[in-house]
Design a protein around this ligand. Sequence first.
Ligand SMILES: [Zn+2]
Length: 175
Amino acid sequence: MFNYCPSCASTNINFEDAHVFRCPDCGFVYYHNTAAATALIVDTGDSIMFVRRGKEPARGKLDFPGGFVNPQEGAVDGLLRECREELGWTPHRSSLTLFASFPNVYPYKNIVYNTCDLFFSVRLDGPPEKTESLFRLEKQEIMSVVFAGYDKINLDEIAFDSVRAAVSLYIQKLK
Ligand SMILES: [Zn+2]
């Protein structure tokens, strides 16, 4: 991820265990630690809601609302902020359940981030139109929302391995 040491510009650099950058010439050390990210599974009783990504990586593929947790922010606060930004709507804090966590790899502008994705779920009963009417989408981030029936979810259309894993587990637990 670096070609030179950011501190002394040495090219004599090491990258250990895929996340520790160490410069033997000046002693500079940088830990490219796992980043926390959140995602929300909206369950309408017979379908799961996805958002179609409006930007890279995986533009056009299906994802959940959510994103990186900011410094000094809790996971639930981060999720509520992302929902507010992306959907113009937030679930009630007390209605959220932590469902599962999976690792993910997120390449963004030449840097690969390893994330720890936290999947929360919320149940919103009623037809998809009723849920969708709550939203004001952030159009640069999200093309549209997609409600997929429990038995009609195409895993190949999903953007990331972590989301695929969460969807598979969620559907399996319904049975
Ligand atoms: Zn150095």
